[in-house]
Design a protein. Sequence first.
Length: 302
Amino acid sequence: MKDIAKETERLKKEKNAVILAHYYVNDEVQNVADYVGDSYYLAKIAKESSADVIVFCGVSFMGESAKILNPDKTVLMPDKSANCPMAHMADVAKIEEMREKYDDLAVVCYINSTSELKCHSDVCVTSSNAVKIVEALPNKNIFFIPDENLGRYVAEQVSDKNIILNDGFCHVHASITKDYLGQIKAKYPNALVLAHPECKKDVLDEADYIGSTSGIIEFASKIDSDEFIVCTESGVSCELKKRNPGKKFYFASSNHFCPNMKLNTLEKVLHVLKTGENEVKVSDEIRKRALIPLDRMIEIAK
Ligand code: 13P
Ligand code: SF4
C-alpha cells in the first residue's frame, strides 16, 4: 500500500496531475487525494484547476461535470463504471411536459444527474447550495429533478415557491429508516443526529443538523458534543475521525455503503495515472448546453 501511494505521488508530479476525491470513497483513496470534499467544492476545484490531468475519484456525474467545467483538461476516472443510479432518475419528456404546463418554470437539477438532464435544465444545485439557489431564482414554479427527498427538503425551507417533485432517490440514503434510527437513538440517547438531505423525510424530521457531507463534517467538528449518529454514507467517517479523534460516530443504517463510490481503489488510481485510460469524454454539443446550468450554479452560489 505504501509503495502504491509513493508511486502515485511520483506520477502525479511527472504528469502534472491532481487527485480529487469525494468524501464517500475509500479511506486510502482520500488519503492520497490533493482535494477531498463535497460535490460543490470538487466542482469548483475542477473548474479552477491548472493541472494538466484531473483524476476524479467519485462517480460519473462528477467526472463529467469536471470535464464540462474545464474542457481543456484530461479528466480520468479510476473506474468508469462508477455511476450514480439516481443521476438517471428523471426524464426529458417529463421536463418538456412541465415546461408546457408552466410558463415561468425553472428546471432545477441536482448535480447528481446525467449530462443529458443538465442540458435540459436551467440551473444545477448541490446539497450545500440548493436552498440558496432556489431562493435566488425569480421563478415561482420550480421542477426539481431528480431527487425527491432533497427537493422536498428545499420546498420546506422555501415556502413562497411551488416546487414540483420528481420521484428519484438515492438507494443508500433511502436504506436509512426511521425505525433503525430510533433503535440507535435509544442506544445512544445523548448523540446528535446528523443527516444528509437525500434521506427520507421521516429521518430528516429526527435530525439535529441537515447538510451536505462537508456541512455534516463541519458541524460535528465545531459543536461541543462528543457523540453523533450519522445518516449518510460511511466514507465521511474518514474525515470525521481525522478531525475529531476524541468524538464517537455511529451510523444509522446497517447498509451505509455506496457501492459505486467504493469502486475507486488506490490500485485503479495508480493504473489510470500510469496509462491515461478511462478518460472522460463529453461531446461538444452536450458540453456547451450542460455548462450553462453548471456555470449558473457557481455564479449564484458564490
Ligand atoms: P454531497 O454534495 O453532500 O457531498 O453529496 C453527494 C452525494 O452523492 C450524496 O449522495
Ligand atoms: Fe448516488 Fe447515492 Fe452513491 Fe451519492 S450515495 S453517489 S446519490 S448512489
